[in-house]
Design a protein around this ligand. Structure first.
Ligand code: ATP
Ligand code: FE
Length: 335
């Protein structure tokens, strides 16, 4: 059966069609409008979703080479996310499901980042239960114990900024355009990770804190620029490598604590920051160093996408776990 997934929780409008855990199409319209503001502007995101959603869904069906009448169900992101953005996907999905007379399936965006590992794709091996999932994105940073598809327990999470924000805000201090995470990664690959040292905040063993990091990056940069106005451009690679090293080391330390606490050595990461080369390398290294089994999703299933919504839709479809037609979007949706 064919299931359409729709994602609109933040600033990407996405639609995907899945059949038997295989993705037939995966369309994402990224909103460039936010770049000039250095961050996502909720009102503009909502408006852009309204403009994008029809063409994006249309393209997803077209690329999957199916007609909407062949769909068995519609899965959509109910939350968490920006209310104005979620409303667009929710209302659209409800109307389409009602119009086609097919079931509607609500999806938790954070569960979807984790369950993206169950998409059948080249290079992806589904994790075995129980496993630890570390979701690292622009809005979240969590370590979750996953005992079954929908049995998840948050072991630790950020008490302030998300790790993606730490990347983006540090990048902003360095004068890089939004979102700066991928650029920090690119420069970091040519720099010396030990060139500069940034402190790692102390919180409980499986929780995270990132707001202190951006402050120390800011003070450090201000101090150095006062001495040498060209400090940033002359040292961009080393600065980025050092920031990335600090973040990756911190993430790995938290994972090690979670492994110690639970005895689970199978690790799956998700969320946009999983694209980071530093964390990817550190996890691969951990396979031989600590005997972990690690899972890194394919790039297009890391950042916000609708394929991950579609796979959750399919898993729920199998148990007839449908939403009522009066379901509402939930900005702070919990597991
Ligand atoms: P959430 O999933 O919590 O709602 P989101 O939608 O903002 O948040 P994603 O699309 O999953 O998050 O991820 C976007 C984040 O990932 C941004 O902060 C971006 O800078 C970061 N990111 C993407 N690629 C990289 C990379 N290679 N290195 C570091 N950060 C990266
Ligand atoms: Fe996300």
């Amino acid at each position: 059966c064919y299931i359409l997934g729709i994602e609109s929780s933040c600033d990407d409008t996405a639609a995907a069609v899945i059949n038997n855990a295989e993705i037939l199409s995966n369309v994402v319209a990224t909103q460039a409008i936010h770049e000039q503001y250095g961050g996502v502007v909720p009102e503009l995101a909502s408006r852009a979703h309204q403009q994008n959603i029809v063409p994006v869904v249309h393209q997803a069906l077209q690329r999957a080479n199916i007609d909407k009448k062949q769909l068995s169900a519609i899965a959509f992101t109910r939350g968490p996310g920006l209310m104005g953005s979620l409303l667009v996907g929710t209302s659209f999905s409800k109307s389409l499901a009602l119009g086609l007379g097919i079931p509607l399936i609500d999806v938790n965006h954070m569960q979807a980042h984790i369950l993206a590992h169950f998409i059948k794709a080249e290079g992806q091996v589904a994790p075995n239960f129980p496993f630890l999932a570390m979701t690292i994105s622009g809005g979240h940073t969590q370590i979750v114990k996953v005992t079954d598809y929908f049995e998840m327990e948050i072991l630790g999470q950020t008490i302030d900024d998300a790790v993606g924000e730490a990347f983006d805000k540090s990048a902003k201090i360095l004068g890089l355009p939004y979102p700066g995470g991928p650029l920090v990664d690119r420069y970091a690959q040519k720099g010396n990770p030990k060139a500069f040292k940034f402190p790692k905040p102390k919180v409980s063993p499986m929780d995270f804190s990132f707001s202190g990091l951006k402050t120390s990056v800011l003070y450090f940069v201000q101090k150095e620029v006062a001495k040498n106005p060209d400090f940033i451009s002359e040292n961009i690679e080393d600065i980025c490598a050092s920031i990335q090293f600090t973040i990756v080391d911190y993430l790995m330390e938290k994972l090690k604590n979670a492994v110690k606490k639970t005895g689970i050595k199978e690790i799956a990461i998700g969320g946009g920051v999983s694209a980071n080369s530093g964390i990817r390398n550190a996890l691969k290294e951990a396979e031989t160093k600590y005997g972990w089994k690690t899972h890194i999703p394919k790039f297009e299933f890391c950042t916000d996408n609708a394929a991950m919504i579609a796979i959750v839709g399919e898993l729920k479809y199998k148990t007839q776990n449908f939403a009522e037609n009066n379901v509402v979007a939930s900005a702070r949706m919990k597991f």
